[in-house]
Design a binder for this molecule. Structure first.
Ligand SMILES: C[S@@+](CC[C@H](N)C(=O)[O-])C[C@H]1O[C@@H](n2cnc3c(N)ncnc32)[C@H](O)[C@@H]1O
Length: 467
């Protein structure tokens, strides 16, 4: 079958690619189609044609896959959040494991590495402790909404259509955040609409309201509301904070992050506390953590406990080791490991996260953790690098090549690499594999209904002379 740009084709989807799209292979030529599942027969418009692959847009499902089930969320067909909601959870886990195996084989060129079955998430709805909703002055309308003559256009508060930066769907219920997050979201939406201040236009860069971030703590049931705005306006924001605190006793913190930067990132240039505390408290195991609005914290709390238990299991500490934790965030891994190591050193670039980490160590009565702030590339050469075990938990982009070189020079006997992106994990393992054996990889699902998967890899230094 000839695949031509702008033409339609009837395709049978046979697999799911890393990134979440369905794959058809007419005459062996890969065509990636969003929002399709293996077993679907689909009418597809070809939107991009390259030498080695094409991309298409789903026009119609001619015959839905027998795997398909109804998605509980009405926005699941459009929202970038949960693109795999129609796929049964056990199948999601199978595909995620395949993606880890395929990345190791094709990118790291590592075959026969034992990759274990994915550790599932305990909850597949209401599991996400942090949600960032975007404000828009021109909400994106779903095809159903376009047919509704009474639909109100304009302001929207919600999540993005995948692959777009300016298309925001107005969402009144997100199934992956716990209750009463949606009620809070809807109250904030009504307050914003009634205010005289416009939403920030993602293309015009004018307007006031930018993001609403909701963060909750599963241990204490506490909530933080972070209102991200283009400028300060206490007259408008403090009454909203007071209104929220009065209605929801579980809200313990309302903060305002202020940023005029054009980048669509919900981090302020500076932060003001509008009501309550600056941080929210969460528990992992029997440790307590204070997390501020801009600090990284794993978004699936029970999943994080499983992840850190696995790190601890792979590290197999005996109480005598110096552990270095690269990309240490709010100090969760150092604190988790502190009782089993002689000392733990963390390095993290975000100042507020390092401040949180120091406070968190004190809060838990821990004295053997030290945290350094800065880019690992420049901080690592300046600290005492002799270590027995190194933990590496980088952001999605993986490690900088200079950092990989530094790790190879330091040559810790054991590395536990925690990754939220199988592709960059595999790329980094490719660079490390001359010096390290990859003993095992354990995927852990922290993000149900998405293609994202966390993996933990155990690496052991090759003995000199071994290849
Ligand atoms: C995936 S998070 C891991 C955090 C922590 N290990 C945890 O489990 O909560 C990655 C962390 O790396 C930090 N980071 C990103 N680039 C960095 C860099 N170049 N140097 C130091 N830290 C960096 C981010 O701020 C973030 O806190």
């Amino acid at each position: 079958m000839a695949i031509k740009k702008r033409k339609t084709a009837e395709l049978e989807i046979i697999d799911l690619a890393f990134g979440g799209k369905g794959i058809a292979k007419p005459d062996g030529f890969p065509v990636f189609v969003d929002r399709t599942l293996p077993g679907d027969k689909a009418l597809v418009r070809i939107t991009k044609k390259k030498k080695k692959y094409a991309e298409g847009k789903l026009i119609d499902l001619i015959e839905p896959s027998p795997l398909r089930k109804d998605a509980p969320c009405e926005y699941a067909g459009y929202c970038g959040g949960c693109r795999w909601q129609s796929l049964p959870y056990e199948k999601q886990l199978e595909y995620k494991k395949n993606h880890v195996v395929e990345s190791l084989e094709h990118i790291a060129l590592l075959k026969d590495i034992p990759v274990k079955d994915v550790v599932p998430s305990d909850k597949i709805f209401g599991f996400r402790n942090k949600m960032e909703f975007s404000c828009t002055d021109r909400r994106w309308l779903t095809p159903e909404e376009l047919e509704d003559p009474d639909i109100v256009k304009g302001f929207g508060l919600g999540l993005h259509v995948p692959g777009t930066f300016a298309h925001v769907i107005d969402i009144d219920k997100c199934h992956i955040q716990p209750d009463p997050g949606n009620e809070m979201l809807n109250d904030i939406r009504e307050y914003i609409k009634a205010s005289d201040l416009p939403a920030y236009g993602l293309t015009t860069h004018r307007g006031f309201w930018r993001f609403v971030m909701l963060r909750s703590s599963s241990a204490h049931g506490h909530w933080m509301v972070n209102l991200v705005t283009k400028e300060e306006n206490d007259e408008v924001l403090i009454p909203l904070a007071q209104q929220l605190m009065a209605k929801y006793p579980e809200i313990t913190s309302v903060v305002n992050n202020v940023t005029a930067k054009k980048a669509g990132i919900a981090t302020g240039d500076y932060e003001k506390v509008l009501a309550g505390d600056r941080c929210i408290r969460e528990k992992l195991g029997d440790f307590t953590f204070e997390v501020s609005a801009n600090s990284f914290f794993q978004t699936n709390t029970r999943g994080a406990e499983k992840l850190y238990s696995l790190v601890s299991h792979y590290a197999a500490l005996t109480g005598t080791e110096h552990v270095i934790d690269l990309y240490s965030g709010t100090g969760t891994i150092p604190i988790w490991l502190s009782r089993d190591a002689a000392r733990v050193t963390g390095i993290e670039i975000v100042e507020s996260a390092v401040a949180d980490a120091g406070r968190n160590a004190t809060l838990n009565g821990i004295e053997n953790c030290t945290f350094h702030v800065g880019d690992i590339k420049t901080v690592l050469p300046e600290i005492d690098k002799r270590c027995d075990v190194m933990i590496i938990d980088p952001p999605r982009v993986g490690m900088h090549k200079d950092v990989v070189d530094q790790v190879i020079n330091i040559a810790p006997v054991k590395i536990v690499y925690v990754s939220c992106n199988p592709a960059t994990l595999a790329r980094d393992l490719f660079m490390l594999k001359e010096h390290y054996n990859v003993l095992e990889v354990q995927p852990v699902d922290m993000f149900p209904h998405t293609f994202h998967i966390e993996s933990v890899a155990l690496l052991e230094l090759k003995s000199k002379g071994a290849s």
